[in-house]
Design a protein around this ligand. Structure first.
Ligand SMILES: Cc1cc2nc3c(=O)[nH]c(=O)nc-3n(C[C@H](O)[C@H](O)[C@H](O)COP(=O)(O)OP(=O)(O)OC[C@H]3O[C@@H](n4cnc5c(N)ncnc54)[C@H](O)[C@@H]3O)c2cc1C
Length: 323
């Protein structure tokens, strides 16, 4: 690992001051450090300065009828929080599924949302892939069993954050700070496809950080369903988060987001439209699941993910309808 300077920011102001003027990759924020230190050890990033933001807001408070979750909250604490458990069950299921207890005790909400892709070509310093300034995505002709079935490249990563999927399904927002002050970004607009941003995955400028996740007032029925190769210590192969606004037994509106199938959490409005105005039955859930994967474009080794994603959507809809 290359030597670097270390700044321990104890509040938002210090963090912003230490990040101001950062150009991409030269100064990087670090929360739990689990993902960042891995990318530094593998020479994927080599910052000159690392700014610790793990001591920023670690509270979960009520705000505007919903919740305001500090980015430095540990994933384990999120999963154990009484109000989150009661009001946002899909977020709790996603948090409980992350990695292992050790990972959830160290990893933060902000770090989870901003973690870098797990693509083995991106993570291997020997492959100068598109994301690192190279001229091709090695997954196209290589080992692509865990890569995207949506998004149309040119880089075929899948977004790794389990928490981002339900946050978008709930219609959440991220509070972001930087040298120009604070702004709020709709979580659904926060992540960027490779054709809009090849070297990063979000709208964050190099000198900005996420300080909070803002969840709107609950009132929905919601659920997450993840399909995993292993029960722990790994990321999902496909996931789906569903949140439903009901009028009696009829769905008034729905939000459906798939995870691990595209370079960003993948919202499927075609599937949402299938549910609107209907009472949920297994047949309706299957129709919505079919609509969710209708535009999939698998690569040579990952067509199996279509069935898995379809199953995740159907089961998340059925689970949400029973909450
Ligand atoms: C074996 C294993 C299994 C895992 N399984 C899963 C899983 O199933 N689902 C899942 O979602 N994750 C999984 N993870 C990933 C894990 O949850 C993340 O590595 C962890 O959440 C990162 O949190 P952190 O606080 O350590 O982030 P850090 O390592 O500190 O940061 C991660 C990245 O985000 C940036 N960053 C951190 N905080 C902010 C912020 N507030 N604003 C802007 N940028 C920021 C950093 O610069 C860095 O690039 C797994 C990890 C391992 C090792």
């Amino acid at each position: 690992m290359k030597a670097f300077a270390y700044v321990n920011a104890t509040n938002e102001k210090e963090a912003v001051a230490a990040l101001t003027g950062a150009t991409r990759g030269r100064v990087l924020p670090m929360a739990g450090g689990m993902d960042l230190l891995g990318t530094m050890k593998d020479y994927i990033v080599s910052p000159e300065r690392v700014v610790s933001i793990k001591n920023l807001d670690q509270t979960i408070t009520s705000a505007g009828g919903g919740l305001r979750i500090g980015a430095a909250v540990k994933i384990a604490d999120l999963a154990e929080h009484a109000e989150v458990k009661k009001l946002y069950p899909a977020l709790v299921t996603a948090a409980e599924g992350v990695g292992t207890p050790q990972i959830r005790n160290l990893g933060t909400v902000g770090g989870n949302i901003c973690q870098r892709p797990r693509c083995w070509y991106f993570r291997n310093e020997e492959f100068n892939c598109l994301k690192k300034g190279g001229s091709r995505c090695f997954a196209v002709e290589g080992e692509n069993q865990y890569h995207a079935i949506f998004g149309d490249g040119p880089c075929h990563i899948v977004h790794p954050s389990s928490l981002a999927v339900p946050v978008i399904a709930y219609g959440g927002r991220f509070r972001v700070v930087g040298p120009n002050g604070a702004r709020e970004v709709d979580a659904g607009q926060f992540f960027q496809l490779p054709n809009a941003n090849l070297y990063g995955e979000t709208v964050l400028q190099p000198d900005e950080i996420v300080t909070h996740v803002l969840l709107p007032a609950p009132g929905q029925r919601s659920a997450v369903y993840e399909v995993r190769f292993k029960q722990s210590h790994d990321w999902p192969l496909a996931a789906a988060a569903v949140s439903l606004v009901m009028s009696g037994s009829t769905v008034k509106s729905a939000r459906i987001v798939m995870g691990a199938v595209a370079p960003i959490p993948w919202r499927v409005q075609a599937a949402e439209r299938v549910l609107a105005g209907k009472t949920i039955t297994e047949a309706v859930a299957v129709e919505a699941a079919n609509a969710a994967v209708a535009g999939a474009r698998p690569m040579s080794g990952n067509a199996y993910k279509i069935q898995i994603a379809k199953t995740a959507v159907k089961r998340a809809i059925m689970a949400a309808s029973r909450v």
